[in-house]
Structures are given as C-alpha cells and as structure tokens.
Ligand binder design. Structure first.
Ligand SMILES: Nc1nc2c(c(=O)[nH]1)N(C=O)[C@@H](CNc1ccc(C(=O)N[C@@H](CCC(=O)O)C(=O)O)cc1)CN2
Ligand SMILES: Nc1nc2c(ncn2[C@@H]2O[C@H](COP(=O)(O)OP(=O)(O)OP(=O)(O)O)[C@@H](O)[C@H]2O)c(=O)[nH]1
Ligand SMILES: [Mg+2]
Length: 445
C-alpha cells in the first residue's frame, strides 16, 4: 500500500496539559473520522462546535472542529482538526479511537509538511522556512523565516529556472538551424544577454547575503578572563538572572554556562567560563581547558579584567574586546593609561552596579548588526541553498565562457544550472535529502 493511502494524525499543538489541544488529521479518511467523532460534517473551513463521541457513542469532549476538504487545504489532502480540551485524558481518548480506525496511523515528524510539499502546495525552500519559523526565538529570526515561508527565494528560483530554460531553448533552436556554420546571431544575442543578466542577479543575491544563514543559530559571545574578574557577575547582569554562582573566591566557575539572549531581535548565546590561570587543581584545569576551547570557537570574546594592566590571552581568531570591570572601585593604576596589550574597544563597566552596561549592550547590538549583515535583503538561510545557487552561477559562467566551444556545450551547462535550481526547489532527485530535512521537523507539523 502506498503510504499516502494512509491517513495520518498527530497532536499539532504544544505539550499537555494545555488549554486547548489540536489534533490534526490528513488523508482520505480524515472526513470519515471527523464524521464519526462529531456525528455530522461541519461546513468546509468553518469553526464548528461539536460534542465528540467515541466509537461506542460515549462522549469524549466538548470541542470545536474544522474541515478542510482537499485539495484546498494546507497539505492538499482532506484535513480535519479537532480542537479539544488539552488534557492528557481527552487526547488519549481521541488517539485511542483514531488508532482503532482502519488506514489511520500517527504521523512521523514533518509528515504533514512533507505531504504539502509532495502535493505541490509548497516548495522545498518554503518547507525549510516553515521549519525555521517554528523554531524562531527572536523577531528577526521570525521575519527571515517568514520571508522564506512566503516563497521569496522559491519564487526567484522558479523565475530564474524558467529563464534559463528559455535561453537554452533559443540556443538549441539555433543548433538545429545551423547544420552548417554558426548559429544565427539573432538567436544567440538575446540568449547570451539573458544569461548574463541572470548571472548578475544570482551573484548579487549570493553576495548581499551577509551571514543570514547564521541567524538561525545565532551569535556566540564568550566571557573569558582571569579568575575573579567578575565574569559570572557580568553574565548575571547581561541575562538579568542569577544563572551563575558569584563569589570572592577565585576559581568559582568550573563549568561552561550558556544562556540564550534576544538582543534587539538578534539571537545571542552568552557563555560564562572558568577564569583562565595556571592551576594544580585537576578539576579547575579541566574548567580552564573548556574555557579556552569555547573562547576559541566564539564569534566574539569579552575579555574581562579588573586590572588596568591586564593582558589578553587570545584564543582562536574571534575579535576580542577588553572589558575593564569593577570601575566602581576606582582606578588601581595610573588613570587614563592605555593598557599595553589590549585590543579595541576598551569598555569600562561595573558588573556589580550596572555602570557601563547600556554602552556594552549597545556595542553588542551593533556588533550583531554588522555581523549578520543586511539580513533584510538576505534570501539564503541554509548552506544547502547557498551551494545550489553557487552551482547555478558557476554553470552559467561556464556556459558563457563556452561560446567558442559550441552551442552544445553551452546548452549542457545551462541544463546543469537549471538542474541545480530544480534541486533548490526540491523538484529534482532529492529523495534522500527529503528524509533528512523532514525528520528534523516537529511531530504534528
Ligand atoms: N488551526 C490551524 N492553524 C494553522 C494551521 C493549521 O493547519 N491549522 N497552519 C498549518 O500549517 C498554519 C496556517 N497555514 C495554512 C496554510 C494553508 C491553508 C489552506 O487551507 N490552504 C488552502 C486554501 C487557500 C487559502 O484560502 O488560503 C490551499 O492552499 O489550497 C490553511 C492553513 C498556521 N495556523
Ligand atoms: N566592586 C566590584 N566587585 C565586583 C564587580 N563585579 C564582580 N565583583 C566581585 O568580584 C568577585 C568575583 O566575581 P565573579 O563574578 O564570581 O568572578 P568570576 O570572574 O566569575 O570568577 P571565577 O568564576 O572564579 O573565574 C565577587 O566577589 C564579585 O561580587 C564589580 O563590578 N565591582
Ligand atoms: Mg565565575
């Protein structure tokens, strides 16, 4: 039996208990199931109040139900939704009844979206956008994901692909024409200029990109420095919670402590680490090793010190900001002396009183803004998409360069370009990829 002959169901809302839980069904038996629960078919796409009953006619719950007959549904199949009270018992009763129905089974993660994709409701870039939208924590992540979900990249890719196919039709028409001699320039010239324009457009999308891909994961800022500098105090200030233990004892923090922060819509992971120093204590040594390792992989290191003469220990090649802490104590070296081995900018704060925190936060937001680049124009959100666009551009470039090698070579490169765009849209041989992409989705999506 083809898997699509089966109707799938899942809890599409969050963890139970909840105020309301949504059980979603998709497939040809969704309507029968809905009819058997509600005792009637609600009007299409109208929220309808209904008492749900089990197979023995016993009431399960007072609910709201929805009916989306295919193909005008999110998946393209018949879809039914039961909006029930979000208790474990109600959902268990609904599930147990559903499981007893023929050709009905629970959905795999992402299976609703996969069916929407396979029924041509969305392309692969839109499915990726949907997945990102569900996992978006900050406003900028949400905006980026929504652009993708709305098909901005997919629409462009489709248009590019059509143009490539057109250009290649012109060239191939030329090939048939020119049994002897060259392809007429009336055919070649428009094809060449079209390919040239396309290449410029694709390259500008590739380069306007900044680091929009990184917006999905966020920026990693590591607080490092000598013991007792006030790293954990700064961490607590930044996240406005007592996440890390603070004490006057040098060597308090041993483990890495990570907290997610929303900095003006940019997702930032702030990491507190053990104070870096030589030590005989094996536990602290391990802490120092982890601190160095984490700092080496950071996007930005805040090197904290409570001493104007402190030097920075560089890890990896992330930029390092020297942050002078405890300025509430007054200078403990000659005032205004620029430390010898510092790297700019030098920020002066008191993590204890909060002095200088506004400036530090502003500096971090502006760093994030530069780091992520012009996300507003960024259309690429994944390495997969970037690689395929690069392959497209390279094939177009080779096609233009092949002008002296003959039309067949040009047309072949254009086919490669169109194929790469087809893969981007998920329309060409991507079966194995689909498994990987959709498996990462939530159940019920
Ligand atoms: N209750 C509920 N809320 C939800 C969803 C859902 O499935 N159920 N969604 C689930 O992802 C999202 C909305 N996405 C949707 C996408 C398409 C259609 C739909 O019926 N499309 C038809 C009709 C076109 C139209 O009128 O918009 C179609 O595409 O043919 C519905 C929801 C978010 N909120
Ligand atoms: N006066 C003053 N004291 C501070 C400031 N920031 C931190 N302290 C104090 O400095 C001591 C060490 O602070 P922590 O935040 O634990 O320092 P740490 O860098 O995390 O230390 P380790 O985890 O041991 O590496 C504590 O007693 C803090 O209260 C500050 O801005 N001003
Ligand atoms: Mg600490």
């Amino acid at each position: 039996m083809h898997p699509h002959d089966q109707t799938i169901f899942a809890l599409s809302s969050g963890p139970l208990p909840s105020a309301i839980a949504i059980v979603r069904l998709s497939g040809s038996h969704a309507g029968t199931a809905l009819q058997s629960f509600a005792g009637k078919m609600p009007a299409a796409r109208m929220a309808t109040h209904a008492l749900l009953r089990d197979g023995n006619g016993q009431p399960i719950d007072d609910a709201v139900v929805l009916w989306f007959p295919g193909p005008a549904s999110a998946t393209g199949e018949d879809v039914a939704e039961l909006h029930v009270h979000g208790s474990r018992a109600v959902v268990a009763a609904v599930f147990s009844d559903l499981s007893a129905m023929p050709q009905m089974r629970t959905a795999e993660p992402g299976e609703f979206t996969r069916r929407a994709f396979e029924n041509g409701k969305i392309d692969l870039t839109e499915a990726e956008g949907l997945d990102d939208l569900i996992h978006a924590d900050t406003d900028r992540q949400r905006q980026q994901a929504l652009r993708q979900l709305k098909g901005l990249l997919g629409d462009k890719a489709r248009r590019w692909r059509d143009q490539i196919i057109e250009a290649s039709a012109l060239i191939e028409a030329g090939i048939d024409f020119a049994d002897e001699g060259d392809v007429p320039t009336e055919l070649m010239a428009p094809a060449l200029s079209r390919i040239g324009q396309l290449l410029v457009e694709i390259e500008s999308v590739l380069s306007a990109q900044g680091r929009a891909e990184r917006l999905r994961d966020g920026l990693t800022v590591v607080i490092a420095g000598p013991p007792n500098a006030g790293k954990s105090t700064l961490m607590n200030q930044l996240v406005r919670r007592e996440v890390a233990i603070v004490s006057p004892h040098a060597g308090t923090t041993r483990d890495i402590i990570e907290v997610q922060l929303d900095l003006d819509g940019y997702p930032v992971t702030v990491i507190d680490t053990a104070g870096i120093r030589e030590t005989d204590d094996p536990v602290e040594q391990e802490g120092v090793r982890r601190a160095r390792d984490r700092a080496a992989r950071a996007d930005l290191v805040l090197w904290l010190s409570d001493d104007d003469r402190a030097g920075v220990e560089r890890q990896g090649d992330a930029p390092v900001w020297l942050v002078r802490n405890k300025i509430d104590r007054g200078p403990d070296g000659p005032e205004g002396v620029t430390p010898s081995r510092t790297e700019s900018p030098v920020l002066r704060i008191s993590a204890r009183t909060g002095t200088g925190m506004v400036e530090l936060l502003e500096a971090l937001v502006s760093f994030a803004r530069d780091y992520f680049g012009s996300i507003e124009s960024g259309l690429i959100t994944r390495e997969r998409q970037r690689q395929l666009l690069q392959q497209t551009a390279e094939a177009l470039r080779r096609s233009l360069a092949a002008i002296d090698l003959g039309e067949e070579v040009m047309a072949e490169e254009l086919r490669i370009a169109a194929l790469a765009l087809g893969r981007l849209l998920g329309r060409v041989d991507v079966e194995d990829l689909l498994d990987v992409i959709f498996r990462q989705f939530c159940i019920g999506k």
